[in-house]
Design a protein around this ligand. Structure first.
Ligand SMILES: [Cu+2]
Length: 245
């Protein structure tokens, strides 16, 4: 009885790899979990972006067309928010992403005049959270184990105002070849209050912050050992901005 069952399971996993992508569907902030797509430009399709030089690297887009939102989510500086990841807009907490999708997790902010209308494309982004690989475990698997919650600390030291919050998960199962990394991202429209404004972060352009041959994006993860070092893509942060996890 055991052998046929195991074979069936393996077949099911390899089939789901092709289709089990992921979407940042909703945000928990200031103790409140907002509805799916509230204040987030969610796509109807859960596919990745793979061209790091595309404008759609900023806040997603075709072939995953995104829907605008007229909502802005209030966030208090110095608190943690959770970007909630699901397989599709309809999925529950046990359906986040195929566990075979392994890679780093990042979050960025960009200060904007209008969070509802700014495309996010271009300079202004700074990283506020990242997770990579440690002791054989990928940050994506931490998010899956955490029922899809990517915990992001909103820095106390930044200025109040409207921002785009770009949450991102990267799947590296196909990253042995250039362009094979799958990047998943959505942008939430937020208004930060309670910040001190004492730090002006150095900012970067998206697209531009990643290169297709970055060591964290062009990599054979199947040759890694638990002790292997992994270089998370994107620039480093100024102090105060980052919480490593
Ligand atoms: Cu996928």
């Amino acid at each position: 009885m055991k052998f046929p069952f195991v074979q069936f399971t393996v077949a099911a996993v390899s089939v789901s790899l092709a289709s089990a992508h992921t979407i940042f569907v909703q945000l928990t902030a200031d103790g409140k979990t907002h509805p799916v797509s509230h204040g987030i430009r969610t796509p109807s399709y859960d596919g990745p972006q793979t061209n790091v030089m595309s404008n759609n690297m900023a806040c997603n887009g075709p072939p995953n067309p995104t829907m605008p939102s007229d909502k802005i989510i209030s966030v208090t500086a110095g608190t943690n928010v959770s970007a909630v990841w699901r397989h599709t807009l309809q999925s529950g907490p046990n359906e986040v992403m195929d566990a075979g999708h392994k890679g780093p997790v990042m979050a960025y902010l960009k200060k904007v005049t209008s969070a509802k209308t700014d495309s996010g494309v271009g300079d202004g982004w700074f990283k506020i959270q990242e997770g990579g690989y440690s002791n054989g475990k990928w940050a994506t698997n931490t998010v899956i184990d955490n029922k899809g919650n990517q915990v992001i600390h909103i820095p106390k030291c930044i200025a109040d105002g409207q921002y785009l919050l770009r949450a991102e998960m990267v799947a590296l199962h196909g990253a042995r070849s250039n362009g094979g990394a799958q990047l998943y991202m959505e942008c939430a429209q937020i208004e930060i209050t309670g910040g001190t404004g004492s730090v002006k972060p150095k900012t970067y352009s998206i697209p531009g912050v990643y290169k297709s041959n970055d060591p964290g994006l062009l990599i054979d993860i199947y040759s890694m050992k638990p002790t292997s070092k992994y270089v998370i893509p994107g620039e480093n942060f100024a102090s105060c901005l980052c919480v490593h996890n």
